[in-house]
Design a protein around this ligand. Sequence first.
Ligand code: WT7
Length: 635
Amino acid sequence: MSNYHIKHLEEYYQVYRKSVNAPEQFWEEIAEEHFLWYKKWDKVLDWDFTTPEVRWFEGAKLNITVNCIDRHLTTNASKTAILFEPNAPDEAAQHITYQQLHDRVCQFANVLKAKGITKGDRVCIYLPMIPELAIATLACARIGAIHSVVFAGFSATALATRINDSDCKMVITSDGSYRGAKTIDLKGIVDDALEECPCVSTVLVAQRIHSNVDMKSGRDEWLQPLLDAAATVCVPEVMDAEDPLFILYTSGSTGMPKGMVHTTAGYMVYAAYTFKNVFQYKQNDVYWCTADIGWITGHSYIVYGPLANGATTLMFEGVPSYPDFGRFWSIVEKHKVNQFYTAPTAIRALAKEGLELVEKYDLSSLKVLGSVGEPINEEAWHWYNDNIGKKQSPIVDTWWQTETGGIMITPIPFATPTKPTYATLPFPGVQPALMDEAGKELKDNQVSGRLCIKFPWPSMARTIWGNHQRYKETYFSAFENTYFTGDGALRDEVGYYRITGRVDDVIIVSGHNLGTAPIEDAINEHPAVAESAIVGFPHDIKGNALYGYVILKDVGESRNHDNLRKEINQIITEHVGPIAKLDKIQFTNGLPKTRSGKIMRRILRKIACNETRNLGDTSTLLNPEVVQSIMDNVL
Ligand code: WT7
């Protein structure tokens, strides 16, 4: 039996038991048999959740791009590595072979070096979903630079915050991007951001939309001529197992995003191993994940996981609604996609459109369907299963996080019987626990509690960039000696997990993880606003939408409230990005607060969700009278 490729439920249980009983031996075998190392490790695992410190494969030397690219060249040089499907359906798709990927990554890496980037430097990548995004990411890894990809939907302010937090020397961007029928001026956003970023000395600009952009002399350069002049060979930097590979920001409960730091060897091993099993990838399959590389899903399951397995990974530039809501299915037919991985919010949006947009296309190539980013509701699950998978393709509801680096709880297709809304069983190596609020582990089945992970897994984030204390407080302080995920979950009678949602101040909107604090900070920037509080409420397509309670400085504020609402959303767009806009804004005279001054979001959430029959304990409120007035004016 190979531990690397799990095919049956029995095998899963065997492998799982081994991964728990002898984790070091288990991971050592996988690392040994399936990857290329310049030097093997001295020790498989060293850990202490109190400091907290975790090291996997310490002492090993490797380069992840050698594992993702070079080693496939002997047998698969002409196989398509990246299949690029442009925004416009009439623009030709591009098949980038492993050989071409090698050459283009090396050229890009040589350009980075020529611009003075060396091992350990941070490079910010702010690009649309074009091949250069994957290539730039790999080019950084080739030379040991730490990439920080920022999703190209983030605003200038959000971009500047991220660039400054990790002190990036360089930004890689494009003249603009296509998004359905729209174009977006990415370079303009970068220019605005860089007003606040003295650390950036170079901006490389890929040409995509051929717009007229300002090029700041001495700082900005067009990328293509530099690439054309660069050599197609670049000796990979020899990296230590625990050298940082990338930083990726995720929302937290304060205004400052958390720069999660992922390191090289453990991340590689885990991303590759999960990819192989969760998608049951076979040599000639075409795999498609619809996420953006700006999120962890794209890092692990568009770039590193698939390429480490020598897969063909499809990259789609556009949106599901352009030129119409049949686009995803037309791409599945066109490229005979075998594994399709998307988010519940996309499924719900597509399910609202007529079935004729699905039935027009031949989806018979599909073998495995995936879901990620938020709980998938029963209705969406069945629509996906019936109409896309035709009840033949198992749905893998994969639970994980930016912090976990890879999929943690998931069915293994064709092995684990699926159950709608359940992420089912832990992946080998993952030891989940449910805790009650007092910190006691709930060991039985049929319990619900806070989801924790008791033992390290190879791809866990090692720290928050520049703030190890915050890492410790956020993830390792709620419960003793265990990683706290921030999610609630239940375990059913057979041990299947169902993720019930966040238990902290993070709201998942359309699969995007949004912290309340940065949005509230943005609203409070409006000169007319005194204070604000954001909560989530259920939304048919987005899963959750945002509801804002806003106190104005001048109660007699004479301007039309609808204008104010627009201005508030405009400020949010500028500071955070359009994904954080509020669906509803209620102006109020007060917010329910505890005696210590903390806003009682629990109450605001219930009001926004129309669940006011049982508001829970309001006795600790400083100002219980505002609750009634807020309820009377709910939108
Ligand atoms: C949060 C992490 C990891 C990929 C994308 C999101 C929620 C994620 C599921 C799922 C229920 C899910 C959790 C988690 N989440 N996948 N299958 N079922 N909830 O990464 O932005 O770091 O968000 O997304 O609440 O904590 P992220």
